[in-house]
Design a protein. Structure first.
Length: 130
């Protein structure tokens, strides 16, 4: 019996009209250092290791629609980012260029759009109830 090969999620890649601009936004939002910057490509990663984010320039990029609509690019994925204080985290993200979505489905989560239009969620972890 042969063993399965090992799989490691190394990065999640986001397309954008300008890879470098979007990488700078997430670098500032998350506080992660730049790992690589080439024409049309950027990478950031947590300083203590782990899965990073990559960004590639896509000239035909169309931002996803959220909430989804039948006509238009559907949201295929989004990032959930845990924060210690939701209100100040939203303020920080907006100061960096994010936009708060009109529709907010949960009180303890804020849906925002990055400068390229990708939705992402900021949330605080609630204490489990017993």
């Amino acid at each position: 019996m042969t063993s399965s090969p090992r799989f490691t999620l190394a990065s999640i890649t986001l397309d954008a009209p300008n890879a470098h601009d979007l990488a700078r936004f997430y670098r500032s939002l998350l506080g992660w250092p730049m790992q690589k910057e080439e024409p049309g490509w950027s990478e950031i990663a947590p300083p203590d290791g782990g899965t990073g984010l990559s960004f590639q320039t896509e000239p035909l990029f169309t931002p996803p629609r959220w909430p989804s609509e039948l006509s238009g690019q559907q949201m295929m994925m989004h990032m959930d980012i845990e924060v210690s204080d939701l209100s100040s985290a939203v303020d920080h993200a907006v100061a960096l260029g994010a936009t708060v979505a009109d529709f907010q489905p949960q009180a303890e989560v804020r849906v925002l759009f990055d400068p390229a239009g990708h939705p992402f969620c900021l949330f605080t972890r609630s204490e489990p109830t017993l």
